[in-house]
Ligand binder design. Structure first.
Ligand SMILES: *Cc1c(COP(=O)(O)O)cnc(C)c1O
Ligand SMILES: [Zn+2]
Length: 384
């Protein structure tokens, strides 16, 4: 630390290629910090970058986890890596038997059950923790519909941090158990996820050393989902898929997969070929699908009522950006009933031997519906 005044544009934090936080609504930029709302217009902030030259070879020589993409993520360049317990580089399965059942020529399934706590949430939490450490936090926290709770509690244990996890009291017993085993602080809140989320926002303002991964460090957390897009492209031999079907809860995963594909094209790591992004929801919590069908830009909140608990966010923060991404790429958002979700889980299990949770069932069932309706091209190798 020197006593000379730093120029306005520099930041006190080393978050690798991250340059600033930028407002998704008005474009206003602020220095890197634990902020999530634009001081000018209250719009959501996202990470803006100055990337160095990144080559395929340097990525391929990296760790067999999300950290092979660390020079594309808002984390310190010397990010702490725990060998063998890091998320990412999960299998991309050529799902021939499922393809046949759905009537498509080829189909890819990204199997994120291979992550440390068996969902894609381990990716976003790992990036949030790395950024939170650099930003000076010491406790990892979240409101969760279930999977995030597991990922936060496990990552905190691995890092030697305390964790505070807030869940709706109605959550499935199985998911409560798989969070509790890590022995962080687990609080059941009387209310649904959207109530729990509001409480978390209040607590984040009160406890300066608590990093609520999806609240006060959300801009960094969200970037972790880009790794799904990077991996799919790398695993396809450095090509973008022509169509992807992504489950939508808050909508962050879908928008960041799209951002990841775009970045790879801009960096020259893949040819910037066109791709279409499709969103999948359960009918019992389908505010984004409804807005898409009705041609609206605004997403009306709903009260969730579905077995797909991990997608049950009635007021999705990234809803409007999901609509932007699917409309811009020529995709769609669709939804399926709980009965179809169960059939989707069973279909994936009996054709490919993968027993996914309900979000997997939503994705497979939505892909099936989009194919049946002729909205997803059966010859253009979709990736779920
Ligand atoms: C949270 C979750 C999603 C959706 O994530 P968002 O970024 O909130 O849209 C999808 N699948 C699984 C398994 C999840 O746990
Ligand atoms: Zn703004």
């Amino acid at each position: 630390m020197t006593l000379t005044a730093a120029p306005q544009t520099t930041t006190a934090f080393d978050l690798g290629p991250a340059r600033a936080l930028s407002c998704r609504e008005c474009g206003h930029e602020i220095p890197l910090a634990a902020e999530f709302a634009c001081p000018e217009c209250f719009g959501p902030l996202e990470v803006a970058y100055d990337f160095d030259d990144v080559t395929r070879a340097s990525i391929e020589a990296g760790p067999k986890s999300i950290w092979r993409y660390r020079r594309l993520l808002p984390v310190p360049s010397d990010v702490q890596i725990h060998p063998n317990t890091e998320p990412g580089l999960t299998r991309l399965i050529k799902a021939d038997r499922l393809a046949q059942a759905l009537g498509v020529r080829k189909l890819w399934v990204k199997d994120d059950t291979g992550n440390p706590t068996h969902s894609f949430k381990d990716r976003v939490v790992a990036v949030a923790l790395a950024a939170a450490r650099e930003l000076g936090f010491t406790v990892l926290a979240c409101p969760s519909t279930g999977n995030l709770a597991n990922a936060v509690a496990a990552a905190a244990s691995r890092a030697g941090w305390d964790s505070v996890v807030l869940i709706p009291s109605s959550l499935e017993q199985a998911k409560v158990l798989t969070t509790a085993v890590y022995e962080g602080t687990l609080l059941a809140v009387d209310g649904n996820y959207d109530d729990v989320n509001r409480l978390a926002t209040e607590l984040a303002a009160e406890h300066e050393d608590w990093a609520f991964v999806n609240v006060n460090v959300r801009p960094y957390y969200a970037e972790g989902s880009k790794t799904l897009g990077y991996e799919v492209a790398e695993q396809l031999g450095w090509r973008l898929p022509q169509q992807v079907v992504v489950p939508v809860a808050s909508g962050s995963q879908l928008t960041k997969v799209d951002k990841g594909f775009t970045e790879l094209g801009k960096l020259g790591l893949v040819e910037a070929t066109p791709y279409r992004v499709f969103g999948a929801q359960a009918t019992g919590c389908s505010p984004v699908s409804k807005a898409f069908a009705e041609g609206h830009d605004v997403v009306q909140p709903v009260r969730p009522d579905t077995i797909a608990r991990s997608l049950a966010i009635g007021n999705p923060a990234d809803g409007p950006y999901v609509l932007d991404a699917v409309r811009r790429t020529g995709g769609a958002v669709a939804d399926v009933s709980d009965a179809e979700v169960v059939e989707g889980i069973r279909l994936l299990a009996r054709t490919e031997g993968i027993f996914a949770e309900t979000a997997g069932g939503v994705t497979v069932a939505t892909a099936r519906k989009l194919i049946a309706e002729g909205r997803l091209d059966p010859d253009a190798r979709p990736c779920c």
